[in-house]
Design a protein around this ligand. Structure first.
Ligand code: MG
Ligand code: MG
Length: 255
């Protein structure tokens, strides 16, 4: 079932979105060679506590993970791209790190992710990280009232194709509101003009993610972290948006 939000409810989601965006910006700033992933987890926990927010990840037990998740952020390094389980790992120069974070405040969820390069960037990683950012903006630009869900998917896919990167169809974006994962599923590839009509009040998380060479993933022995089959590095960009009469409002963007 798809629940459209009132303007007042979207304002509440924007409050959560701001907190999520600011937290990610702060954590991304801290990510440099020598920092341990668990320091980022601890910082995220502290921010959640201070704000009185509720983690969407803690105790999350979906079919695609092993048992309840006992962390508040997903941290995926290099060939890991989604659902990275925080662990004791010290970041190294040129690592590629994805931070994915979702909380609820006053019962309303926001979800966002960004990928950063730690220390000295490799040119191929700069291009990769740029590509999911460009794809996310293309998806947002396509998310106008009256358009179709397939227009968003096609816009994201067009950017992947332009860069020459393959798209995995197993995981993508999603509706969200009172909970983190709601209908509809937003695939990162699809046909324009197809699918659900986008109406004002629809709230979605758009999240292009891929690597340069593989769309095959496998689950790490930790039971959560998803890695690329060929060891290639991944990038992932995500925002929570609301469809309005005047285009998409990005709820997790911070200046
Ligand atoms: Mg996310
Ligand atoms: Mg998401």
């Amino acid at each position: 079932m798809i629940e459209l939000k009132t303007p007042q409810e979207i304002e509440k989601m924007a409050v959560t979105g701001r907190f999520v965006g600011e937290t990610l910006a702060e954590l991304a700033e801290l990510a440099r060679p020598g920092l341990n992933l668990m320091d980022l987890e601890q910082r995220a926990r502290r921010r959640i506590k201070e704000r009185g927010a509720v983690s969407c990840y803690w105790d999350y037990a979906p079919s695609f993970g092993r048992g309840p998740f006992r962390n508040v952020i997903c941290l995926s390094v290099n060939d890991a791209v989604l659902h990275g389980l925080p662990h004791k790992y010290t970041l190294r120069d040129s690592d590629v790190l994805t931070l994915d974070f979702a909380v609820s405040i006053d019962g309303w969820v926001a979800d966002s992710a960004r990928t950063v390069i730690v220390g000295t960037p490799r040119p191929e990683d700069v291009r990769l990280v740029e590509s999911t950012g460009v794809a996310l903006e293309a998806g947002i630009a396509a998310a106008v009232a009256g358009a179709k869900l397939g227009d968003i998917s096609a816009a994201i896919q067009a950017v992947a194709t332009e860069y020459g990167y393959p798209v995995n169809m197993q995981f993508g974006g999603h509706g969200l509101g009172h909970t983190m994962h709601e209908d509809p599923h937003v695939a990162n590839a699809g046909r324009a003009g197809r699918g659900l009509v986008l109406r004002p009040g629809l709230t979605l998380a758009l999240e292009p993610w891929w690597s340069a060479t593989s769309n095959e993933i496998f689950t790490d022995p930790d039971g959560w972290t998803l890695r690329f089959q060929d060891g290639s590095r991944g990038s992932h960009s995500e925002h929570t948006i609301a469809i309005t009469e005047d285009g998409a409002r990005v709820l997790t963007r911070v200046d």
